[in-house]
Design a protein around this ligand. Structure first.
Ligand SMILES: Cc1cc2nc3c(=O)[nH]c(=O)nc-3n(C[C@H](O)[C@H](O)[C@H](O)COP(=O)(O)O)c2cc1C
Length: 184
């Protein structure tokens, strides 16, 4: 099956976004995919903020993107857009780091007023990085994601159904990504 890089772009140590991605990783793994988690917050700040392209953590992240057939990109909505730490990482990747890859964009946020942030903010940059196929994304309200005492995540039923659908669409699309020849 496919290799999937699952990237959480939250800077928060108690991130709902990260927990949501790790929760969804299990569904992808159960479908036979090899899932590699990456929390951008674990990349040293001096590498991200100093634009240190040669830092081992940036080199490693770049290699993880290169190896992946598919990428899940999850972000909290901050100021009606994707997070700054996610932007900091994307800025350090090659221009066409997503060439030939299938991408699932996900966001969590506090207000449905910003449900379109996935499509007006995140999707354009994913497109500009050469993504072969960006499947239907999903915005999950933070109130629908409850962190339990044991640290696990409880997802509200309505969100569970929608998230299951977009993950399954992504999973199915992984097997039929068109190959794009993109220089860069
Ligand atoms: C600095 C900051 C800015 C935020 N801005 C927005 C916003 O513009 N729109 C929105 O819907 N939610 C906003 N939120 C709420 C977060 O997107 C939401 O709580 C999200 O689930 C947090 O994810 P995390 O726990 O992974 O960091 C903001 C939260 C913070 C801390």
């Amino acid at each position: 099956m496919a290799t999937v890089l699952s990237v959480s772009g939250s800077p928060s140590a108690s991130s709902r976004t990260s927990r949501l991605l790790r929760h969804l990783d299990q569904r992808l793994a159960s479908q036979g995919h090899d899932v590699i988690p990456l929390d951008v917050r674990t990349i040293p700040a001096e590498a991200l903020l100093g634009a240190d392209f040669r830092h081992p953590a940036i080199v490693e992240a770049t290699e993880l993107f290169a190896r992946a057939d598919g990428v899940v990109v999850g972000t909290p909505v901050y100021k009606a857009s994707y997070s700054g730490v996610l932007k900091a990482l994307l800025d350090l990747l090659p221009q066409y780091a997503l060439a030939g890859k299938t991408v699932l964009p996900l966001a969590t946020g506090g207000s449905v007023a910003h449900v379109l942030a996935i499509d007006y903010a995140l999707r354009p940059v994913l497109t500009s990085m050469g993504a072969a196929h960006i499947v239907q994304g999903w915005f999950t309200l933070d109130k629908d994601l409850a962190v339990q005492d044991d640290g696990t995540l409880a997802v509200a039923p309505a969100a569970t159904e929608a998230l299951g659908q977009v993950v399954d669409q992504f999973s199915a699309a992984l097997g039929r990504t068109p190959l794009l020849a993109v220089a860069g």
